[in-house]
Design a protein around this ligand. Structure first.
Ligand code: NDP
Length: 445
């Protein structure tokens, strides 16, 4: 049996009932097959066998008291996947669906993504099956304090530096940081995504969305096109979606959809900058549902569905994993969509990715297209280390440069391995080689 197949069998056996983890590992291992076949050092060093096994997994109880005085118990996790090229780095997700499989897939993806950013960051991910929706600020604070009381033992500015993800934004990062500072008696860059006046970086909130648009611009350049005037569908209405929509407006594209887990809105006239601001207030301050947009702006609301049936040139999935099924991909392609830039992690199911690649559309896989978020977190870490803040223009310029470099690296690598234009293969191989070489240098650890 070929090595990749053998390792996949081991992963399946060792991680039963973890479909998302298996999906992410399968995609990466299948695309790095040519490198492993070409270089004996990776086979002898058992890099595949090692890279699929987290260096450490922490699971813990998170007890907290709700506003009625009742004790609630959630399950917390931190997956420390790989530290070959730097301290573990990756977000925290608070969502009722969180489990080991989802966090392991995210941590695994993060290893290659962080490698692609060119910054010295290993890969990790964590979170809890806690749902911040419908909770009071006090409840969220008590939960975050309890969560950090355990996580505290495992993180630190040179060990593991978490950030936000689904359900973890500025508010949660603040409560988590406050508790860490209290326990450690130290003001240090242990988290990224912090507020500006206590160690955050300019452009960090914007970075994932802006980065996904910069990446789309790089993809379009290969065909001599620009994004101006393109009709774009966006899913989600959280951090990644909001700033994707903002940047798309800034560069002259037209955003026609956004969504949440209840359904999607379709505004044929365009979700303009002012309307995006309204959504940001709705979601970040009032914490309400996207449906209200349709009532306010007289747009269409489609309950229980995703926006992929709407005609567009470019699609920006910004919500969650596997949100574009094979059928959705078919609809997108039939309607003439020829660019997909994944701001979310693994939003396209494997069969959808296969269709996009077969039709040779411009497809930016998450680990490349959404790497702007973690890259800017890396820039926040640098600024914290030198106790200095760069200007908005400086950080944005670096972000733009990093997205251009990631695209070029993935593009060139795909060509080198005989699959020109296939950024899935390009990103996976480019991300892998750097981590694998570092692992070989550091011996059997
Ligand atoms: P937020 O919590 O800010 O927003 C998430 C959005 O996606 C919400 O609109 C939410 O709707 C929707 N959503 C979440 N789960 C589901 C679901 N199961 N079905 C339908 N809609 C859903 O998270 P982010 O914007 O930070 O994250 C979105 C994606 O981007 C994730 O895949 C994340 O991993 C990825 N990402 C984020 C980065 C960041 O810097 N924040 C960096 C890189 C990637 P509702 O409110 O109804 O749940």
């Amino acid at each position: 049996m070929a090595l990749v197949q053998e390792v996949l069998e081991i992963v399946k056996k060792r991680n039963p009932n973890e479909p998302e983890f298996l999906q992410a590992v399968t995609e990466v291992l299948e695309s790095i097959r040519p490198v492993v076949e070409r270089y004996k050092k990776y086979r002898d060093g058992k890099i595949l066998e090692r890279i699929v096994e987290p260096e450490r997994m922490i699971q813990f109880r998170v007890p907290w008291i709700d506003d009625k005085g009742q004790i609630q118990v959630n399950r917390g996790f931190r997956i420390q996947m790989n530290s070959a090229i730097g301290p573990y780095k990756g977000g925290l997700r608070f969502h009722p669906t969180v489990n080991a499989s989802i966090l392991k897939f995210l941590a695994f993806e993060q290893v290659f993504k962080n490698s692609l950013t060119t910054l010295p960051m290993g890969g990790g991910k964590g979170g809890a099956d806690f749902d911040p929706k419908g909770k009071s600020d006090n409840e969220v604070m008590r939960f975050c304090q309890s969560f950090m009381t355990e996580l505290f033992h495992h993180v630190g500015p040179n060990t593991d530096v978490p950030a936000g993800d689904i359900g973890v934004g500025r508010r949660e990062i603040g409560y988590l940081f406050g508790q860490y500072k209290r326990l450690a008696n130290e003001f240090t860059g242990v988290l990224t995504g912090k507020s500006l006046n206590w160690g955050g970086s300019l452009i960090r909130p914007q970075a994932t969305g802006y980065g996904a648009v910069y990446f789309a611009q790089e993809m379009l350049k290969t065909r001599g096109e620009t994004i101006e005037g393109k009709v774009c569908t966006v899913s989600g209405s959280g951090n990644a979606a909001q700033y994707t929509a903002k940047k798309l407006n800034q560069v002259g594209a037209k955003v026609v959809t956004m969504s949440d887990s209840g359904g999607f809105i379709y505004d044929k006239a365009g979700i303009t900058q002012e309307k995006v601001e309204w959504i940001m207030h709705l979601k970040n301050v009032r914490r309400r549902r996207i449906k209200e947009y349709a009532e306010h702006f007289r747009a269409k609301y489609v309950e229980g569905q995703r926006p992929w049936g709407i005609k567009c040139d470019c699609a920006f999935p910004c919500a969650t994993q596997n949100e574009i099924t094979k059928d959705d991909a078919k609809k997108l392609l039939d309607n003439g969509c020829y660019l997909v830039s994944e701001a979310a992690n693994m939003p396209s199911a494997p069969a959808a990715v296969d269709l996009f690649l077969a039709r040779k559309i411009l497809f930016g896989p998450g680990k490349a297209a959404n790497a702007g978020g973690v890259a800017t977190s890396g820039l926040e870490m640098s600024q914290n280390s030198i106790r200095f803040s760069w200007t908005r223009e400086e950080v944005d310029q670096r972000l733009r440069q990093i997205m251009t470099t990631i695209h070029k690296n993935a593009w060139d690598t795909a060509a080198e391995y005989g699959q020109p234009g296939n950024l899935v293969v390009g990103a996976n191989i480019a991300g892998f080689v750097k981590v694998a070489d570092a692992m070989l240098d550091q011996g059997v650890v």
